[in-house]
Design a protein around this ligand. Structure first.
Ligand SMILES: Nc1ncnc2c1ncn2[C@@H]1O[C@H](COP(=O)(O)OP(=O)(O)O)[C@@H](O)[C@H]1O
Ligand SMILES: [Mg+2]
Length: 154
């Protein structure tokens, strides 16, 4: 296991961090995003999508879908699980096919579903430090996720 914190003092810095992450992700990358409402989970997701070559306007459009799929350098599956009642509802979405497939998965509010994630998971916990300051605490647990932290730390 490998951990690293990144502090962003502005939305622009968060966008830069996310774009770098989006350029580095590999087939099979699964990222769990943890943090309160307004922490920046969706902002980071949009930036990761941008790094993957996806039009950010597509990602920020409002929707009530549980899974959104975008095509960039790799397919990106964005799960916003806020409205899900329990782990069974999440499982019923067929998450295994996504998690163990060749795309990139981003799960907002991922902590409730720990059991279903692959072992090699990049967990990103976002702390709100101030109006425009955020801390991103990343934990990796396998080669794919550890490589991402290594790229970002460079
Ligand atoms: N450094 C920052 N990183 C991310 N978001 C920031 C930052 N500073 C301010 N914000 C604001 O915080 C809010 C984050 O919203 P959002 O990404 O939708 O949160 P979540 O998906 O975690 O509920 C946005 O309004 C964004 O403009
Ligand atoms: Mg959100």
């Amino acid at each position: 296991m490998n951990s690293q914190s990144f502090q962003c003092d502005s939305l622009e810095q968060t966008q830069r961090l996310g774009r770098r992450l989006g350029k580095a992700v590999q087939p099979g990358t699964v990222i769990s995003l943890v943090g309160n409402l307004g922490a920046g989970k969706t902002q980071l997701t949009t930036a990761i999508a941008t790094g993957l070559g996806i039009n950010p306007d597509e990602v920020s459009s409002p929707t009530f879908m549980l899974i959104q799929e975008y095509q960039g350098r790799l397919p990106l599956y964005h799960f916003d699980t806020y409205r899900l009642k329990d782990i069974h509802e999440f499982e019923d979405l067929g998450v295994d096919e996504y998690f163990f497939g060749d795309g990139v998965c981003l799960v907002e509010w991922g902590d409730r579903f720990q059991k279903l994630f692959p072992e090699d998971l990049l967990r990103i916990e976002i702390q709100i430090l101030g109006e425009t300051q955020r801390q991103f605490e990343m934990t990796a647990n396998g080669p794919l996720s550890e490589q991402l932290i290594a790229v970002l730390s460079d």
